[in-house]
Design a protein around this ligand. Structure first.
Ligand SMILES: Cc1cc2nc3c(=O)[nH]c(=O)nc-3n(C[C@H](O)[C@H](O)[C@H](O)COP(=O)(O)OP(=O)(O)OC[C@H]3O[C@@H](n4cnc5c(N)ncnc54)[C@H](O)[C@@H]3O)c2cc1C
Length: 462
């Protein structure tokens, strides 16, 4: 029988999380095998180039210079000069966040919220948003957006949803002002594991965001198997033993999974420890990328629509990354929160394009004449939904899966609203915690082996 220490570690998924984990384990001397279900790597971090010269990421992707440096692709990136967000309120666009606080009724209710906490349950997102932003701003802007985005009532969502929004308005305003002064899109709210600062700004890889995953994959020759879904993770006595791929059982030392956490219980055979994660929900999203003639058609890079439109957000990524579309053309991405099988999910792509164009007429007058076609992407797992009913189990997942040798990492594996830089840092952290634990576990055995080696050497000398 093989020594378990000689067995490879199976990594499930070749998105950024799986690849970062695999490379770091390999650098630390572990044998790894990456199994990717899809025929290509990169998962949500993939890039598509079409025949008309448009480049699409999954949604719109903004990454930081700090992530690019960590992965070693700084030299392949262009600087992003511009990034901004705006919200449509009372028929007018208001800059986020500066403009919102210039509205007297929002400012007054925000100040009141600080002095007199709202009624209701403090463990819910509804309470937390009303406390942090005041009743008026919460009820008119933040909560309708939250509900469109998550598909759930705000009083059923955990208060921690708000953790991903920059806590200090003053710091956010300072960074926005600095961005204007330095002509750099300073990154605000794109990473939590590391601090925001004036030296962290947006960049974009020459050939698309997929470059991040491609560069890591180059350092893992012969390790990645695409079109190879892991069918099962075999567990005995709450310890990982093997994975099954293409109906073959492969003995492994450990498994790093990046699969959605509500799918993981279905993959695990021999333990019911993960059953509680089956009820975790992801919000599906229909993303309609409209190809249009013209440029700078939206009032800012990202525009939010709390009510009145089927989409809750529009993004014109070419305002930040002009090279994503041919000259004189642009793309407007319409994000529609959906449920699998609902009317938006099942509408065919051309009909969705027309539907979005119809609803855009008052946002972009004359949009129909500009319309060149669309690209639609549907994903059933766009956003993890932090329901209050399972918040305790979600937080416990940060510590461990409860199964020896099974790590669950990445956006879906951690069930966390992580963007790519956070995926990078939290995956590194989890892998290092696992490696450290192996040393602790192995230490007595190593010391015992060392003692017996010395005894043998002494006996030989004697
Ligand atoms: C609409 C949208 C916009 C976003 N915008 C940004 C942004 O602007 N900036 C940013 O930094 N981030 C952004 N993100 C987040 C970013 O895309 C993710 O954080 C990141 O790509 C997640 O990487 P991952 O490796 O955790 O998961 P994934 O990329 O989903 O990778 C998981 C992989 O596992 C594979 N897999 C699943 N099950 C199995 C199985 N049984 N066997 C083998 N393989 C399996 C999947 O095929 C997939 O390739 C956005 C996300 C969305 C949805």
């Amino acid at each position: 029988m093989r020594d378990p220490d000689d067995l490879p570690i199976a990594v499930l998924g070749a998105g950024i999380a799986g690849l970062v984990a695999a490379l770091e384990l390999q650098r630390n001397g572990y044998a790894v095998k990456v199994f990717e279900a899809a025929p290509v790597i990169a998962g949500l971090g993939g890039t598509h180039h079409d025949d008309d010269g448009f480049t699409y990421d999954m949604g719109a992707h903004f990454i930081t210079n700090r992530l690019a440096a960590a992965i070693g692709i700084s030299g392949d990136c262009r600087l992003v000069h511009r990034y901004g967000e705006t919200v449509l309120i009372d028929g007018r666009y208001v800059d986020y966040p500066n403009g919102l606080l210039q509205k007297p009724r929002f400012l007054a209710s925000a100040l009141r919220g600080r002095v007199q906490p709202p009624d209701g349950d403090p463990s819910t997102a509804a309470w937390r948003f009303r406390r942090d932003y005041g009743q008026a701003l919460a009820d008119e802007v933040a909560l309708p957006l939250l509900e469109a985005w998550s598909g759930s009532p705000a009083d059923e969502l955990a208060a921690s949803v708000a953790d991903k929004i920059p806590a200090s308005i003053a710091h956010t305003m300072f960074l926005h002002a600095l961005a204007k002064a330095t002509n750099r899109a300073i990154s605000v709210g794109y990473c939590w594991a590391q601090p925001m600062s004036a030296s962290v700004f947006h960049v974009y890889p020459e050939n698309g965001v997929a470059t991040l995953c491609e560069r890591i994959a180059e350092q893992l020759p012969g390790v990645i198997q695409v079109s190879s879904p892991v069918q099962a993770i075999v567990v005995r006595d709450d310890k990982v033993q093997a994975v099954r791929v293409h109906d073959q059982e492969i003995a492994v030392r450990a498994v790093v999974s990046t699969a959605p956490i509500n799918i993981l219980p279905k993959l695990v055979e021999g333990s019911d420890k993960l059953e509680k994660y089956r009820r975790f929900r992801y919000r599906p999203m229909v993303m309609v990328n409209l190809k249009l003639t013209g440029r700078d058609l939206l009032p800012d890079v990202v525009a939010w629509y709390p009510t009145g439109y089927p989409f809750f957000r529009l993004t014109e990524a070419t305002q930040s990354m002009p090279w994503l579309a041919p000259e004189g053309k642009t793309m407007v991405l319409c994000d529609i929160g959906a449920e699998v099988g609902d009317e938006h999910w099942t509408m065919d792509d051309d009909a969705l394009g027309d539907y979005c164009v119809d609803h855009l007429e008052d946002v972009i007058p004359g949009v129909r004449e500009r319309y060149l076609g669309c690209r639609v992407v549907r994903t059933p797992i766009a956003y993890p939904v932090y329901l209050a009913e399972y918040e305790e189990d979600r937080l416990a997942l940060r510590e461990s899966t409860g199964i020896d040798g099974l790590l669950s990492v990445g956006r879906h594996g951690e069930f966390s609203h992580n963007l790519m830089e956070d995926v990078y840092w939290t995956t590194m952290d989890r892998v290092h915690r696992w490696i450290d634990a192996q040393h602790e576990i192995d230490l007595p055995a190593i010391e015992a082996a060392e003692r017996s080696r010395r005894v043998a050497a002494d006996a030989h000398l004697g």
